[in-house]
Design a binder for this molecule. Structure first.
Ligand SMILES: Cc1cc2nc3c(=O)[nH]c(=O)nc-3n(C[C@H](O)[C@H](O)[C@H](O)COP(=O)(O)OP(=O)(O)OC[C@H]3O[C@@H](n4cnc5c(N)ncnc54)[C@H](O)[C@@H]3O)c2cc1C
Length: 419
């Protein structure tokens, strides 16, 4: 890798951004014998990849194409060609050929067998070198101009390069410390593109209730979350939740957060109800509890609750139901018992909003996909300009779908630009 180039050098293709999308685009174009430069602001490529999947990199999902398309919602159809061209099996094969095997875990999530995101980045570095790509690090792109069918790219420090074609893969505006600072949107706008409003997706939600702070770090598995506004049910799904000092996170919250952020624009306040016992009705729970409450005299109600709730949740339930923590089980009234049981089925929280876009795992919104040809990833407005990855509008829940989108669109953009 070089630290920048002196003067102006001419390339067939300049790939902007050394994330998953940019690396794959450059590797493909380089493999097709084009003279390719990959430009990255950080001192090495793939900084965001290193933090994916909690450092293990959930690189893709074993689901079929139709599931991927569904997961991407309104941008799903746009991605069809990219997925057909280079899908999950191709990605797994690409890494296998470079000596890195993958394994499939629950919900079809695919990880490298090493459990290390670093090994994914190492393969990309090797493959870039094998494809003859010139990787130019520590070089933030400042501006791009087009004239006479070529692009002039100004880099930090006054350096510039020329390219016949450009692949813009500068990522979103989340986790700015990884280098994805939203520059891709500004550059696309300057080149004449429009941006669908940016919103955080895969993002923790904030709540009005402050008691969540007492539960910080507590995870709940197999619970149902229902979001509603007034009497209107907006969303309801089963999964895992985690309490934080400001609200809620965890896989289910993150996956639903994009929709909740969207719904918050028209519906306020949104109530989130946690059903801690989705498999049981209130009546079934009551029957069981009545049995437990009729235990030996002197048994405390909070001890009975241990059979139903994680320890950390018990004081919160007692407080919400206004039951003294030392109350004996046989002194709990029917009204109090019913109240507690209702909380088992619908523990309410008021959703205030979400953490800002910088703290979201994915930026939803971005370069309008209406302005990009889905068969090639080429701009419909600027000939020779291509897009790949998160810089484009769209996004999917967690599970490896977003990285596959980056690799698939990167591959298609690289392939088309080199044609
Ligand atoms: C904490 C976290 C965990 C995640 N885990 C997963 C997961 O397990 N599985 C999954 O599928 N997805 C995951 N994602 C989402 C996934 O990482 C992204 O969707 C994906 O990396 C996007 O790739 P990209 O190449 O489009 O953009 P990026 O990876 O953001 O790459 C863009 C690159 O462009 C560079 N750049 C930006 N501006 C400039 C500039 N002006 N000049 C030069 N270079 C510039 C950046 O430094 C960066 O390297 C996670 C995201 C986060 C934040």
């Amino acid at each position: 890798m070089s630290d920048g180039i002196a003067g102006s050098e001419i390339f067939d293709i300049a790939v902007l951004g050394g994330g998953a999308a940019g690396c794959m685009a450059a590797i493909r174009a380089g493999a097709l014998k084009k003279k390719v430069a990959l430009i990255e602001r950080n001192d090495s490529i793939g900084k965001k990849i290193l933090i994916t999947g909690k450092g293990r990199c959930n690189i893709t999902n074993a689901a079929p194409i139709e599931t991927f398309i569904e997961k991407f919602g309104k941008s799903g159809k746009f991605l069809r060609t990219a997925f057909f061209k280079f899908f999950n099996t191709d990605l797994v094969e690409f890494f296998r050929l470079h000596g890195l095997e993958m394994k499939t875990e629950r919900q079809g999530r695919v990880f490298p067998v090493t459990d290390k995101a670093r090994s994914v980045v190492d393969v990309l570095v090797t493959s870039l070198a094998q494809s003859g790509v010139e990787v130019i690090c520590k070089s933030a792109i400042r501006s791009i101009k087009t004239s006479a069918g070529s692009f002039q790219i100004e880099l930090e420090g006054g350096r510039s390069i020329s390219a016949k074609k450009v692949i813009l893969a500068l990522g979103g505006a989340s986790y700015k410390a990884t280098g994805s600072m939203g520059d891709g949107f500004d550059i696309a706008v300057k080149l004449g593109h429009s941006i669908t409003p940016l919103k955080p997706a895969l993002v923790p939600l904030t709540t009005k209730e402050t008691w969540v702070k007492d539960l910080q770090g507590l995870g709940l598995e197999h619970i149902r979350l229902t979001f509603e506004c007034g009497k209107k049910r907006l969303l309801s799904e089963i999964g895992e939740l985690m309490f934080t000092h400001f609200g809620v996170s965890g896989p289910l919250v993150l996956d639903l957060s994009g929709e909740v952020v969207f719904l918050l624009e028209d519906h306020k306040p949104i109530r989130m109800l946690i059903d801690l016992k989705p498999a049981l009705t209130v009546d079934q729970l009551e029957k069981r509890m009545l049995n437990d409450l009729s235990g030996p005299a002197g048994t405390l109600f909070k001890s009975v609750m241990k059979g139903y709730l994680p320890q950390k949740l018990i004081p919160v339930f007692m407080r919400l139901a206004n039951i003294d923590s030392e109350r004996e089980a046989n002194q709990v009234t029917q009204k109090e018992r019913r109240l507690v049981l209702n909380f088992f089925k619908a523990l309410p929280l008021t959703i205030k909003g979400a953490l800002p876009i910088e703290e979201a795992m994915v930026t939803s919104g971005g370069v309008s996909i209406r302005e990009i040809n889905p068969r090639t990833m080429e701009s419909r407005l600027v000939p020779g300009l291509y897009f790949a990855g998160e810089v484009m509008d769209g996004g999917a829940p967690s599970g490896g779908y977003n990285l596959q989108q980056a690799f698939s669109t990167g591959y298609l953009a690289g392939d088309s630009a080199a044609a």
